[in-house]
Write a protein that binds this ligand. Structure first.
Ligand SMILES: Cc1ncc(C[n+]2csc(CCOP(=O)(O)OP(=O)(O)O)c2C)c(N)n1
Ligand code: SF4
Length: 225
């Protein structure tokens, strides 16, 4: 993961973590994934990048895109709060046009960068954009991204995680902000770009899971009978 407010999550998730230099995260992840594959050839080792939008699309854009061009098999998750929150609210590429932040008082002159479309064109086999208003949905999308990264190639998930300090809201209002932004016409209506190969893989995993659940149910029934 990278420096930024997102790094506050690292102590809360019980997984190994490399806190990389700001913007370097996808280069570090590329090296890590290759090293793990060479050191543990028989074990599946998933690598997931967690970074803010400044780290992913501004200062780290080169590293982000180069890892996608090289088809590195790991998942990039961008926590998009549409600004640089950790350093007080500077303009970011993913900020909305016209938005005024504490350290961007004139308002942004340019459109929000279309990072999901860039990811798709750069080689990501699975791309998803959504808010974090519904944890089950986020869980499913991240699982999809990790399964596809294991077998096929790079995957990208863009999550809207509003900075309530910058938009001047209480935490529960942050949830409303996400819900508003995901309604039709909003900038975070859920969308996915999935290659044919990735879709086939996800369909087969779904079928396997269904069959496993059915078999477990049958087994339970026969034990109880
Ligand atoms: C190489 C480098 N450049 C700049 C910084 C200063 N810096 C730390 S966090 C940050 C902004 C983080 O913004 P973002 O990635 O959007 O994450 P957020 O804090 O919004 O979650 C910056 C510019 C740094 N630590 N290292
Ligand atoms: S509310 Fe804003 S400044 Fe505070 S941790 Fe979240 S993103 Fe960072």
């Amino acid at each position: 993961g990278s420096t930024g407010c997102t790094s506050l999550v690292f102590p809360h998730v019980a997984v190994h973590n490399i806190h990389s230099l700001f913007g370097n995260q996808n280069a570090i992840a590329s090296g890590l994934k290759r090293t793990l594959a060479s050191r543990f050839p028989d074990v599946e080792k998933d690598v997931v990048v967690l970074a803010g939008d400044g780290a992913t699309v501004d200062i780290g854009l080169d590293m982000t895109m180069q890892s996608w061009f090289r088809l590195e098999k790991f998942t990039t998750i961008c926590f998009d709060n549409e600004l640089y929150a950790n350093t007080g609210g500077q303009e970011s590429g993913l900020m909305q046009k016209g938005f005024v932040a504490k350290m961007a008082p004139k308002g942004k002159n340019f459109e929000k960068v279309r990072l999901a479309e860039i990811a798709r064109e750069a080689g990501c086999a699975y791309v998803a954009v959504l808010t974090v208003s519904k944890p089950n949905r986020v869980e499913q999308v991240i699982k999809n991204a990790i399964y596809v990264a294991r077998e096929i190639g790079p995957t990208f998930v863009q999550l809207y995680t509003p900075c309530i300090l910058e938009i001047g809201k209480q935490s529960m209002e942050g949830l409303d902000e996400m819900k508003d932004s995901e309604t039709i016409g909003g900038r975070f209506v859920q969308k996915e770009y999935i290659t044919e190969e990735a879709q086939k893989l996800l369909d087969s995993i779904k079928e396997e899971t269904k069959a496993r659940k059915k078999a477990a149910k049958e087994a339970k029934k026969s034990v109880n009978a």
